[in-house]
Design a protein around this ligand. Structure first.
Ligand SMILES: Nc1ncnc2c1ncn2[C@@H]1O[C@H](COP(=O)(O)OP(=O)(O)OP(=O)(O)O)[C@@H](O)[C@H]1O
Ligand SMILES: [Mg+2]
Length: 255
């Protein structure tokens, strides 16, 4: 019963107008906070964020170092729990999920790409990309073709037997994107996916992410939330730019 009220409040705060009857939100947060206690001090990493992201949107999160961007993404990913407030993903509140549902959320509803790639060094490229399929209990026989398809999509069909250490930074990030997308998640969360790359390679990665957001092959578009320090990239690729400061939304720009 409280949901419609929350939605109206959300729309008013975010400036996002939409058909009030339709529920097209991929992600919605309501007065979300994540506070850390460090010794005697309280760090308000996320300090009351109310945000709605529509299905198929590409939102860039900007903000100074320490403004709460990664903390927010980790909450949306279900890797961390809020101090207060609520997170709805595809209309379901994360706080109400069982641990099994939450792990499904992490494995199947969302894909995550980190700045540091987070590939497993002892595994080959294919094994890294197959990992989410194993976790999602996709039958063994269909895993290699799914992994191959994801790797071809990021232009790495020839590197399947390499280990991450044998790849360039841009190639490793492409493997990480293939791994994030192999389960065909509806939402892609990317935390500075171009942070460790030169500008040309960064641009390539953005084009890939943009292609996942707006696929040309008739596939379902994925909603993208991407943290970046690079305003120029955000302006070129995102439909909306949300700037955080001190754990709060400072500004929202519609492109
Ligand atoms: N586990 C933790 N324990 C205590 N404080 C933390 C923890 N994680 C983050 N913080 C603090 O929360 C604040 C927000 O951190 P966060 O990592 O979300 O920032 P960010 O915007 O991603 O910064 P950057 O651009 O440098 O990655 C910072 O002040 C940080 O020191
Ligand atoms: Mg960060």
């Amino acid at each position: 019963m409280t949901e419609p009220k929350t939605e109206q409040r959300t729309a008013a705060k975010t400036g996002w107008t939409r058909n009030p009857g339709a529920n097209g939100a991929a992600v919605r947060t309501d007065e979300l906070t994540r506070h850390y206690h460090l010794g005697s001090s309280l760090i308000r990493a996320v300090d009351g964020i109310t945000l709605e992201v529509q299905a198929g949107e590409f939102v860039a999160l900007l903000g100074a170092s320490g403004s709460g961007k990664s903390s927010l993404l980790n909450l949306l990913a279900g890797l961390d729990r809020p101090t207060s407030g609520a997170i709805f993903v595809l209309g379901r509140e994360l706080g109400c999920m069982t641990s099994l549902e939450l792990s499904r959320h992490r494995n199947q509803t969302i894909g995550i790409v980190f700045q540091s790639f987070n590939l497993l060094p002892r595994m080959t490229v294919t094994e890294n990309v197959e990992l989410p399929l194993r976790l999602a209990e996709v039958p063994r026989v269909s895993r290699p073709s799914r992994a191959k398809e994801a790797l071809e999509r990021v232009g790495l069909g020839e590197r399947v037997a390499h280990r991450p250490g044998e790849l360039s930074g841009g190639e490793q990030q492409r493997v990480a994107i293939a791994r994030a997308m192999v389960n065909r998640p509806r939402i892609l969360l990317a935390d500075e996916p171009t942070g460790n790359l030169d500008s040309n390679t960064g641009e390539e990665i953005l084009r890939l992410i943009s292609g996942i957001n707006r696929p040309s092959n008739g596939e379902e578009p994925a909603t993208v939330l991407m943290v970046t320090h690079e305003r120029a990239l955000a302006e070129r690729y995102a439909g909306r730019i949300v700037t955080l400061a001190d754990g709060r939304i400072e500004r929202i720009e519609q492109r």
